[in-house]
Structure formats: C-alpha cells, structure tokens
Design a protein around this ligand. Structure first.
Ligand code: ZN
Length: 575
C-alpha cells in the first residue's frame, strides 16, 4: 500500500510543488510563509518542512491536512492513488454508526438528485421550470452539465419518494425534509417549486442543494441546512470541477452564487468557484489555497457584495493570496453581465481586473474628499489593507499612489502609514528552540549512511552496537532507532524509523535525509567510526584528568595516571 502510494501526487493535490533537484518544493501548508521550505522526497516518500518542522509520510500528511484519523487517511490516499484496499474497520460502534449515517445521507442525496432531474425533464410542472431556465439562458446542455433539476410544488413529492427507503429521522437530518415546528410535527419537502442546483463536495459527491424560487416566492434562494455531510464554510461550489483548471491556470475566479459560477464556467472559465453566500470563510480560503494563491474576486456590485468583497480581500491577504478585483460595469453580477454582454466581454474584463488596492482606491474616491473629516475616513478605510501588503517597497509605492489619487498630503499619509506599520503584527517568527539542532557532521554522516549506505548499512550498525559508540551522543536516539532498522538488512522505511522518535529527533532525522548526500562509502563509514572512538577517548581523558585533580593523593592515583598516559598515546597516534 505504502509502496504504491505516490507522495508527490497526493501532496501535489494540496500544495503546488515544483521540482528542486531530486526533491519537490512548495509553500508549507502548515505554516504561513512566502519562500518555500516545504520539501517532498519522491524516493524516500517523506515530506519535511525546514520552517516549522512538520514532517512524515503520505499518511501523516493527509491526517494533518484533513484532520482525520489514520484509517481515514489510508482510505483517502488509496482513493487518490487508485489503490484497492479492503474496507477499514471502524474504531468504535459510534464511529461505525456515524459512517453509516453519512454514507446513507450521501446516497439519499444521489437519489434526490435523480428525482429532481426527472421532475424537470419528465413532468408538466417541470416544463414550466424548463421555460424559466431557457429564459435565463440555461439551455439543455447547461442543465445537463450542471445537474440542474426541479423540486415540485406539491410539498411531499420527494418525501413520498424517499420514505420507502429511509427512516423519518434520517430524512429530517438530511435537510431535504423539514419537520413542522408546531404541534403536528408533520414532515414535508424543504424545497418546493424551486430550481435545484446540486452542491458537490471536493470529491464530486452531492452533499446539499441550492434552490432558486421559480416565481416570486420568498426567499429567492434557499439552500440545504448544515448537516453531517455538509458544512457551508468548508465547501466551495464547483471546486470539484474546477481543480484541473485551477492548477493549470494558477488563478481562481471567486463569485458569490452558483448561478454566477455556472455562467462563468460556461463562458469558458472553468477555474471558477463560488463561496455560496456573501461571506467567504477561512476554511474555504484554505481549501482554495491548496490549488492556487491567486484570486480574482467578482462579487455582486450591491452594498452587500461590496462589503463581502472587502471582507474577502482582508481574509485572502491574511492567507498570502494575490488578490485582484473585478467590479463589473452597470451594477451587474457575473450571471447578468455574461447574459447581456456575452462571454468574450467578460473574459476581456477579467484579463484587466485591477489589483485590490486600485479597487479600494476607487471605493475611497467615492467618499466625500472635500472635507478633512472625509479624507480622514478615506485614509482609515484604506490603511488596514495597505498594512497587509507584506513588501515594504510596494507598501511605499501604494502610499504615494493613494496620496496622489485622493489628493492627500503625502507626508501626513506616510506618517499614518508608518505608525500603522509599526503596529503591524510582524510575520510569525519561528521560535529558535523549535528549529532543528545542529548535530555534529560525523553524526549526520553516520545517520545518512545507516539510512542509505548501500551494502554496508548492516555492517556499520553492527560496529556501532559492538562498541556502544553511539551512547551519549546528541543523536543517540536517532542512531539507535536506525541501527535497529539496519541490523535486519531490509531496506529502510524512513517514516517507520521516524515513528519511533520524539518530535525533535524526527525533525533532525528528516533534515539530514533531505541534505545532498554525495557518495556514501565504507571508507567514510570507517573514518566516522574512528572519529567517534577519538571523541570517546577525549571525553574519558577529560574525566580522568578531573578525577586526578579532585583527589591528587587518593588511592587510585596510580591507575588514573596510567590510564591518562594510555589515552594520550592513543589520541596522539590518531593525529
Ligand atoms: Zn512549515
């Protein structure tokens, strides 16, 4: 299983990796950084971050990223790599029950999807819905492509369809069926007389529905509630279909709703995702960050949309995204704009979407800049964003630009900026005690040779064991674990050795494995062993000397002096 799993491929789904020598490198997903210190080793099948020290094998990576347990990680890795594995055993009866429930809910959504599609295509009521969709520019190909369906007006059509197979409790938990909060406790369809849009999770499984009223029913949009399989803030609409395009184009278009995402995708921009709601949540940004760190925000131009845009800019900047903003002319949302102006016009505007600071300056210019109070407001509006620009020179350029554009007194603005900059929370520095220790070169080489010394690993391990040469060394525990693994003569599994180590030692071990090794020879191994002998003799000599000085007239003096002579001769011979 582990041999078949490809760590580069799996990690590559989360982190943009670039080849760097024999390794792959990228921005660490576990800490915030601007220069990549996260490394993946294809042959050793391990990863290691030189910044924060996280490291391990493909399973520990998935466990960390997905915040899941080992059995789930195995299953996910197997899925990603197309490896068949026997169904894992659940850990507890509760877990088993939860898994069964989730599986049943996913299956229920699949059936509901079939039901909604059939309602759209095969019923009289559905015909009216189709006419409405045509009117919105959604023809049959679009309906098929995005799985659009229809929830009929009856009130219990879906309920009757699902009731045969699922208990009422589960139906209510799915969010597809509602229960009357009054005395009757009657159950009924949550979605009635609505166009249905299936919402799939990252792996393409339908976990919720977004529904638009066909007539003037309120609310206009009604979505599934949070359920065991659906959490709004952890999902981006269309991501399951956008993955490839996101990686290829290395940018995402972020829109508000599924209608917008569908319109943009149909305009040929497959790398579009929707936050499904006005506020973008941090988990969604992290999710997107696994595919790209460049975003063009294209929210609705209304007040709510503007507020959402500004909030999104802040959140995206905090996560080190490069942000541009597309504000469509004529107060249009993407869906409407593309319908009115055509996809080419949209693509053109997307190409010239300005960096977020330009967008914000535009917003500030609409404030009343004739009064001192108005100017103060405009500066206060812009400052928090400018502060977030990590690069000092860029920050300074923007200050000049803002001053010019808003006709502000530049020195005053600069003073405000530098004050703000001083208060700016600096990038989280890594605490020195967490940084790997600098082990002595001899020990580093021995670790390397025990891990990879072709043909002499076993012999080296034996020699180290015979003389207990590793004892008392800084890397004692690493060497001991490696010796144990090498004595068998089997190929080394770095992650198995790492599993036996404490965090500090594991970090050092991985660091050493990622160093360029050069040729490993038995001659070098012997000289390393010799160096350890020498070091041990020096240490003993120092102890002997201390004993002599501590008790110059003691009964052991003669023995001690003899030993001292011996050690000194040995050390002299080695030079
Ligand atoms: Zn890191």
């Amino acid at each position: 299983m582990k041999q078949q799993a490809d760590i580069v491929r799996v990690v590559g789904e989360y982190v943009q990796l670039k080849k760097a020598g024999q390794n792959f490198r990228g921005l660490c997903p576990f800490h915030s950084e601007k220069t990549p210190s996260f490394n993946v080793h294809p042959t050793r099948q391990i990863y290691h971050c030189f910044g924060c020290g996280k490291g391990g094998d493909v399973f520990s990576f998935v466990m960390e990223m997905e915040k899941c347990e080992f059995p789930d990680a195995i299953r996910m890795v197997a899925e990603k790599c197309g490896i068949a594995i026997p169904r894992p055993k659940e850990r507890s009866p509760e877990e088993r029950k939860e898994n069964q429930q989730r599986a049943a809910l996913v299956e229920m959504h699949r059936e509901a999807q079939t039901f909604f599609v059939r309602q759209l295509t095969g019923t009289l009521e559905g015909k009216a819905a189709r006419a409405y969709l045509e009117d919105r520019g959604l023809d049959k190909s679009a309906v098929d492509r995005f799985g659009i369906g229809y929830a009929p007006s009856g009130g219990d059509a879906l309920l009757r369809f699902l009731k045969q197979k699922y208990p009422e409790k589960l139906l209510v938990e799915s969010g597809l069926i509602s229960r009357d909060q009054g005395g009757s406790a009657r159950t009924f369809d949550r979605f009635r007389r609505r166009i249905t849009f299936p919402i799939a999770n990252e792996s393409g499984k339908i976990v919720a529905f977004g529904c638009r009223a066909l007539g003037d029913d309120q609310p206009k949009y009604l979505n599934s509630p949070e359920t065991p399989i659906y959490s709004k803030s952890n999902l981006l609409y269309h991501l399951d279909r956008a993955k490839e395009a996101l990686r290829r184009s290395d940018f995402a278009v972020l829109v508000e709703g599924y209608m917008d995402a569908i319109a943009v995708a149909r305009a040929g921009i497959s790398n579009v995702v929707a936050s499904c709601g006005t506020s973008l949540a941090e988990p969604q940004i992290k999710l997107l960050g696994r595919f790209t760190r460049r975003v063009i925000v294209n929210y609705d131009p209304d007040t709510a949309g503007q507020t959402a845009t500004e909030r999104s800019i802040s959140l995206l900047l905090e996560q080190d995204f490069e942000v541009r903003v597309l504000a469509l002319p004529g107060q249009a949302d993407p869906d409407k704009f593309i319908r009115d102006q055509g996809p080419e016009a949209y693509v053109q505007l997307l190409k010239v979407a300005p960096p977020y600071v330009d967008y914000l300056i535009g917003r500030a210019r609409r404030m009343d800049l004739t009064t001192g109070e108005g100017k103060r407001q405009a500066v206060n509006f812009l400052l928090p964003y400018v502060q977030k620009i990590p690069n000092r020179i860029l920050r300074s350029e923007w200050a000049t630009r803002i001053a010019q554009q808003l006709r502000l007194d530049e020195p005053v603005l600069r003073a405000a900026l530098s004050k703000a900059a001083a208060e700016r929370r600096s990038e989280v520095k890594i605490q020195p005690e967490l940084v790997g220790r600098a082990a002595k070169p001899v020990e580093r080489r021995l670790i390397r040779m025990l891990a990879e010394g072709q043909g002499f690993r076993q012999e080296l391990a034996r020699k180290l064991q015979q003389n207990q040469l590793f004892q008392g060394l800084e890397t004692e525990k690493i060497l001991a674990a490696l010796m144990l693994a090498s004595l068998s003569g089997d190929p080394l599994q770095p992650s198995e050795v790492a599993a036996a180590l404490e965090d500090r030692d594991r970090r050092l071990f991985f660091e050493i494995l990622f160093e360029d090794s050069g040729e490993l020879t038995w001659e070098e191994a012997e000289s390393c062993l010799e160096a350890l002998h020498h070091r041990r003799a020096e240490k003993e000599l120092a102890e002997v000397q201390r004993s002599i000085e501590a008790n110059p007239s003691g009964p052991d003096l003669r023995t001690l002096l003899e030993r001292k002579q011996q050690l000194m001769r040995r050390l002299a011979a080695a030079r």
